[in-house]
Design a protein around this ligand. Structure first.
Ligand SMILES: C[S@@+](CC[C@H](N)C(=O)[O-])C[C@H]1O[C@@H](n2cnc3c(N)ncnc32)[C@H](O)[C@@H]1O
Length: 461
């Protein structure tokens, strides 16, 4: 057994080389004036009068002011099926103006809000996943000079105790790691300084995952022999030192990302933001009122047709943040396309044609449920949108047959009186998708989502 003295000596030596110079980070001046005139709506003659045509774009090359898809806090957290920020930026530059209001009813990690903020556009974000609020509140924090070395050493020395209410905790973690996790999360949950707590959130979640038996190659929580071997190897060395070092590096990365994000802010306007999470968007839209709720633009990437299970992907992190088994189970039940919803009329011939081609009752039920829920929410919400809806969707497949979701959405809204302006088609380069190499049911290679399409609809006056 280690003595206190030997533990202290070890902890004093925990951290050696910094990866970033915090002095430089703290000195970087943030541009507060308008440095870039991004709005080009009036110049987009190339997009005028297209009347529902499809045109190919490469969103990531269209917005040179955002240096990469993971720049700043856009790369804070690996949320499944995230927007690349350039999609939202493209839509705002083309059709938005500062002072307008936009809404994303399936906001995920909050990309829409982070981009809207840069352009001085007010925003409202909704998502079932409570991670939205956590991630958003971190991503918009201004960076501060923080004594990271001292902070990490204090975390590692913590004597407070906290473990999640998770029946399977011992299945996911090796026994020797749990006392340390209990102490670092004990520190976290008892922290009164909100800034420091936020700063530690993503680093602690990431390092806690690294020391778990979860397979990092898969989005959904899954334990594999390879993952067990990885953790066993990790535990052979001075793993407490490695834990501290990883935590230290991750905190510096967050500070760097916060700094990068603030340097992107090119419109000097304080935006209004409203974040609502932990609730089904369909329930939220039912409580909207015309006098109170109105947005110029809706931009969203709805959940995918195939079972994605965002809550299951986030489960481990939600437990460590303090959510209970019962709360997580309740959230998972409300996730699309599982939740049973009232059918709505789907006004699309393409919908009917493809439905007819699906023979298996359970797949047909999933297909129906998907469109009833997503189009149900969007149809209700469309009443409160004054100008445009931009819907970013992929081509999902059912039994190897590609379903043109973009066409179904466009037809449905055209029947509701909207004008289908254009569908912008982008090839996926590096978006994190749920891709199975071979579909076990068909034996066919799964080629889901080769492109993603932004369907742009305009409200007719
Ligand atoms: C494609 S993701 C959105 C990703 C987001 N654009 C981003 O950049 O992070 C779809 C989102 O729909 C959410 N979702 C699923 N069912 C929902 C429901 N019933 N109500 C609200 N959101 C739901 C999921 O939690 C997920 O975050």
């Amino acid at each position: 057994m280690e003595t206190d003295a030997s533990q202290n000596t070890k902890q004093a030596n925990l951290i050696k080389e910094p990866r970033f110079d915090l002095g430089t980070l703290a000195q970087t001046s943030l541009p507060l004036e308008i440095i870039y005139q991004p709005f080009r709506g009036n110049n987009r003659t190339d997009l005028a009068n297209l009347d529902g045509q499809e045109i190919t774009v490469s969103f990531r090359n269209e917005v040179p002011n955002i240096p990469s898809t993971t720049y700043g806090t856009f790369g804070l957290y690996r949320y499944p099926a995230k927007f690349i920020p350039q999609v939202v930026a493209y839509a705002i530059e083309t059709w938005g103006q500062p002072g307008q209001k936009m809404i994303d009813p399936y906001a995920g990690s909050g990309t829409t809000g982070l981009v809207a903020r840069l352009y001085g556009v007010d925003y409202e974000l909704w998502d079932l996943n409570p991670l939205l609020e956590v991630l958003h509140s971190i991503a918009v924090m201004p960076p501060r000079p923080v004594p990271v070395k001292n902070l990490v050493e204090t975390v590692m020395k913590s004597t407070q105790q906290w473990l999640p209410q998770w029946i399977n905790l011992h299945y996911w973690y090796p026994e020797p790691v749990l006392p340390l996790l209990s102490r670092v999360w004990g520190f976290y949950h008892n922290l009164e300084d909100e800034y420091t707590q936020k700063l530690l959130t993503v680093p602690l979640l990431k390092v806690t995952r690294i020391f778990s038996y979860n397979d990092p190659q898969r989005q959904k929580l899954s334990r594999s022999p390879k993952a067990i071997q990885r953790v066993d190897t990790l535990l052979n060395g001075d793993w407490q030192h490695n834990f501290a070092k990883l935590l230290y590096d991750e905190v510096l990365i967050v500070l760097q990302k916060l700094n990068e994000y603030q340097t992107l802010k090119w419109v000097n306007r304080n935006v209004q933001a409203n974040i609502v999470c932990g609730k089904d968007s369909l329930d939220l839209v039912k409580h909207c009122e015309p006098e109170k709720n109105q947005w110029n633009m809706l931009i969203t990437s709805p959940p995918y047709l195939q079972a994605q299970e965002y809550i299951r992907c986030s489960k481990m992190d939600l437990f460590w943040l303090g959510y209970t088994e019962a709360q997580i189970r309740d959230l998972a039940k409300q996730e699309l396309p599982y939740k049973h919803v009232e059918p709505i009329p789907i006004l699309s011939e393409t919908y009917a044609t493809y439905r007819h081609l699906i023979n298996e009752p359970h797949l047909r039920q999933m297909y129906d449920q998907y469109f009833h829920s997503v189009l149900g929410t969007l149809t209700h919400l469309s009443e409160y949108i004054t100008e445009r809806m931009c819907l970013f969707v992929g081509e999902a497949t059912v039994r190897g047959r590609s379903i043109p979701i973009d066409r179904i959405i466009a037809e449905h809204f055209v029947s509701q009186g909207w004008q289908h302006e254009v569908t912008l088609i982008d090839k996926i380069v590096a978006r994190v998708m749920f891709r199975a190499k071979v579909n076990p049911a068909t034996g066919i290679e799964d080629r889901r989502m080769p492109t993603e399409n932004l369907v742009v609809l305009r409200k007719k006056n």
